[in-house]
Design a protein around this ligand. Structure first.
Ligand code: S6P
Ligand code: ZN
Length: 209
């Protein structure tokens, strides 16, 4: 059976893929442990624990390797202490699956980390598309004072492993306000390198290649 083509409207103003059946929300209360500054996070929760930090609307046509999931991520602007708001981040459970992120509104940054701990930080503004290659842990960061809206697409059988970030004590750097209207990447002192065994598990056959 061959799938029917479909068409969706993207509302940039609402940060949504209209008519998409996939939907999930993260409230500030769901983001415990993500940020460095515990006191500032507690203050944020006291003010808006139940508010939406970010929201994803998506369309999942099927689960075939060759199929694509697409959707829109909308993230509020703000900081926890000096640290900019971010998504939890993950690596694809099928590590060799890539992803595209096309920025529609706001000022964002794609924070990426390889299994071996290399860091890549790519700023994104509307009209730019960021290619996240296979095997990169990725999270998005809202650097601006406006809502960040990004369209994404990735292979339907990718899956997400969120534990990879927790297991290493967070990502290697934190993206902080530099106090001069910009950002700076600061080393995360809690970060622990992944073991050779974990890197080999993630990379699978690529290690031998
Ligand atoms: C999924 C893709 C995005 C994120 C979304 C929220 O592979 O990268 O749809 O799910 O931006 O981020 P997170 O880290 O909570 O999944
Ligand atoms: Zn992803």
């Amino acid at each position: 059976m061959i799938e029917e083509p479909s068409l969706f409207d993207v509302s940039v103003a609402e940060g949504r893929l209209q008519g998409a059946e996939g939907h999930y929300r993260k409230h500030y209360a769901d983001l415990a442990g993500l940020y460095a500054d515990q006191a500032s996070f507690a203050a944020l929760l006291a003010e808006k624990a139940g508010d939406i930090a970010y929201e994803v609307t998506s369309f999942t046509p099927g689960g075939k390797t060759s199929d694509l999931i697409m959707g829109v991520t909308r993230m509020e602007p703000g900081q926890v202490g000096r640290e900019f708001f971010l998504t939890r981040g993950h690596i694809h459970a099928e590590g060799d699956r890539p992803e595209l992120y096309y920025t529609l509104a706001g000022r964002g940054l794609m924070q990426m980390e390889s299994p071996e701990g290399e860091v890549r930080l790519i700023e994104m503004k509307p009209g730019q598309v960021c290619y996240v290659p296979p095997f990169w842990i990725h999270r998005s960061v809202n650097l601006g004072s406006e809502t960040l809206v990004m369209f994404f697409a990735y292979p339907a059988d990718s899956g997400q492993d969120y534990g990879i970030i927790e297991r290493s004590g967070g990502m290697r750097v934190r993206v902080m306000d530099d106090g001069q209207g910009g950002w700076v990447a600061e080393d995360n002192p809690d970060w622990r390198p992944r073991s050779a065994a974990e890197v080999a598990r993630i990379m699978g056959d690529e290690v031998a290649a």
